[in-house]
Design a protein around this ligand. Structure first.
Ligand SMILES: [Zn+2]
Length: 76
């Protein structure tokens, strides 16, 4: 099963409004969306299997798209 349907859309970074969101996976058990530009990222969403992975990706994408991100800038 190699079908790569798009399950979610990632909008531009809600923090810097310029960066592109990228779905990252960590250790094969959780995922999050991070900005390639400013480093803002969503919370991590854990999963235990393929079905949960898809749900976790959708949740991460949704969180990103509504602008619920953790900003990485060290303070002004
Ligand atoms: Zn950004």
């Amino acid at each position: 099963m190699e079908s790569k349907e798009t399950l979610y859309e990632l909008q531009d970074c809600p923090a810097c409004r310029e960066g592109v969101g990228c779905m990252e996976h960590e250790g094969g058990w959780c995922c999050y969306v991070a900005c390639m530009d400013c480093g803002a990222q969503t919370a991590h969403f854990a999963y235990n299997n393929e079905a949960e992975r898809i749900e976790a990706e959708k949740k991460a994408a949704y969180t990103w798209n509504i602008g619920k991100v953790i900003r990485m800038d060290p303070g002004e």
